[in-house]
Design a protein around this ligand. Structure first.
Ligand code: SF4
Length: 308
């Protein structure tokens, strides 16, 4: 029985594009935990960088929550919070990192979180200017066109009769900038389907704040019917692929026919590596799978001739 409940999240969509097999093991088979249950526990971080990104995002959510109550964070307090989050995650997931490297990473993360104070879109909140605003942690879905959409903005700020939705990117992938823009635009769909926000695209601006190596950079994205339709089409397309993959995974519980990762780098730190054909080498496993899958198609004309 197919238990995949149609939903779109950046994590799920990126995993599917990186490795259909890993996606099927995470989301696409029966007897896996519900989305909410899985999210509560969370997927283990793949590497130190994922630990850092999660720690910075958690620190930011805590900081925003304190800002809401007009509590300001000092550098010492930011360091304390980030250090605890990083150390807890490393201990929980049994990731060993040399102490010097750990200290350096924490120092950089603290700096990155503190530099958010200088971001133009966030200054009114940092400086306590009177604004209506709300913050979200991206874990709450909204229903859009029959799918659960996990695409909340990090912040929504009301000013001059419009809501500015702010999306923070603690790491900015170099690949597929257009796809990333469409993912950001889904935040507008998310908001338009939330109680408390207007169901009107003219009521929204969208601001992306992305970390580029040493500083935060801000840019606006055009919010129009056309761009929103494109973004929704992308999400629906992804969800169709996920539904299809889920059926495939249920039809072949060995998963041996499911495509492996598109690149060997996706196997680094993959939680499904043990028992995967790529466990001892991605390139060989990929070649063997391609050869195995090519065989039936070579026999196909013969089969057709026999059954004609
Ligand atoms: S080890 Fe590689 S091929 Fe296997 S599931 Fe993980 S990412 Fe996919």
């Amino acid at each position: 029985m197919n238990t995949f409940r149609p939903h779109w999240s950046q994590t799920s969509a990126r995993l599917m594009n990186a490795c259909p097999r890993a996606w099927a093991l995470t989301y696409g088979q029966p007897n896996h935990h519900s989305i909410r249950g899985r999210r509560a526990g969370g997927r283990p971080p793949k590497n130190m960088d994922e630990v850092m990104v999660r720690a910075m995002r958690s620190a930011w959510v805590k900081k925003t929550s304190d800002l809401y109550e007009r509590k300001m964070w000092t550098k010492a307090y930011t360091t304390k919070v980030v250090t605890r989050l990083v150390n807890d995650a490393l201990a929980e997931h049994d990731i060993g990192v040399p102490m010097l490297l750990r200290r350096q990473k924490i120092e950089l993360a603290v700096q990155q979180v503190r530099l958010l104070n200088d971001v133009r879109a966030l200054r009114p909140l940092i400086e306590g200017e009177p604004r209506r605003w709300a913050f979200f942690d991206r874990k709450e879905p909204t229903q859009v066109g029959g799918m659960g959409l996990y695409a909340a903005p990090d912040l929504a700020v009301f000013h001059q009769n419009r809501w500015t939705l702010v999306r923070l990117q603690f790491r900015t992938p170099a690949r597929n900038p257009l796809g990333q823009q469409l993912e950001h635009l889904l935040a507008v769909h998310w908001a338009m389907n939330q109680p408390g926000f207007p169901d009107d695209i003219n009521a929204f601006r969208l601001n992306v704040v992305a970390w580029r190596g040493t500083r935060w950079r801000e840019h606006h994205l055009d919010v129009s019917s056309q761009s929103l339709n494109q973004a929704l089409a992308l999400a629906h397309h992804d969800v169709q692929e996920m539904t299809w993959l889920s059926r495939w995974a249920n039809a072949d519980p060995t998963l041996m026919s499911l495509p492996l990762a598109s690149h060997s780098s996706h196997c680094d730190g993959c939680q499904h590596r043990k028992g995967c054909p790529a466990e001892t080498g991605w390139a060989t496993a990929k070649r063997l799978q391609e050869n195995a899958l090519a065989k039936p198609s070579q026999r196909e004309p013969t089969k057709s001739a026999n059954t004609a």
